[in-house]
Design a protein around this ligand. Structure first.
Ligand code: FES
Length: 152
């Protein structure tokens, strides 16, 4: 859970680095699992940056999560080799069935679906990571099985 006091300590601990914004944001995400909107003015004031600069950094890097993740995280590859193997279509179908968009979490909080750009698993495209475990040669049924697994 987000904690302003703890966040201030983390920001201050990295403030003397050269170009501290990225290490600070990574440290905040490590601690809290995401970077809430409230973090932006806090980071900006302690690091003496503009809010726009901090906001720009948070939104530029896809690694930063803006809201807490669901219980399970599915990272679907959106890079070329996986797209060529029908990856975009099965991803679109899955998101539609779940009623969410990229980077969003299902309403029951069980699954977050994120896009990634090449997992180095192109040989078994389309591929994904489910809670950090590789899954390859995906099709609709396999993705539905992942959802069932996530929902327990
Ligand atoms: Fe998807 Fe490489 S393009 S794993």
């Amino acid at each position: 859970k987000w904690d302003n006091v703890r966040a201030q300590e983390i920001i201050a601990a990295h403030a003397s680095l050269d170009g501290p914004a990225l290490p600070v944001l990574h440290a905040l995400q490590m601690e809290f699992g995401y970077i809430p909107n409230d973090a932006v003015p806090l980071v900006a004031s302690i690091l003496n940056l503009s809010r726009a600069e901090v906001h720009g950094t948070v939104t530029f890097y896809h690694d930063f999560r803006r809201t807490p993740a669901g219980k399970h995280v599915l990272k679907l590859c959106r890079a070329e080799a996986c797209q060529a193997m029908n990856g975009s279509e099965i991803a679109r179908g899955l998101l539609e069935r779940l009623g969410i968009g990229w980077g969003e979490t299902t309403s029951d909080g069980t699954l977050t679906v994120e896009g990634v750009y090449c997992l180095g698993l192109c040989a078994c495209a389309p591929s994904a990571l489910f809670d950090g475990q590789p899954r390859g040669r995906l099709d609709q049924e396999m993705l539905d099985a992942v959802v069932r697994e996530a929902r327990g």
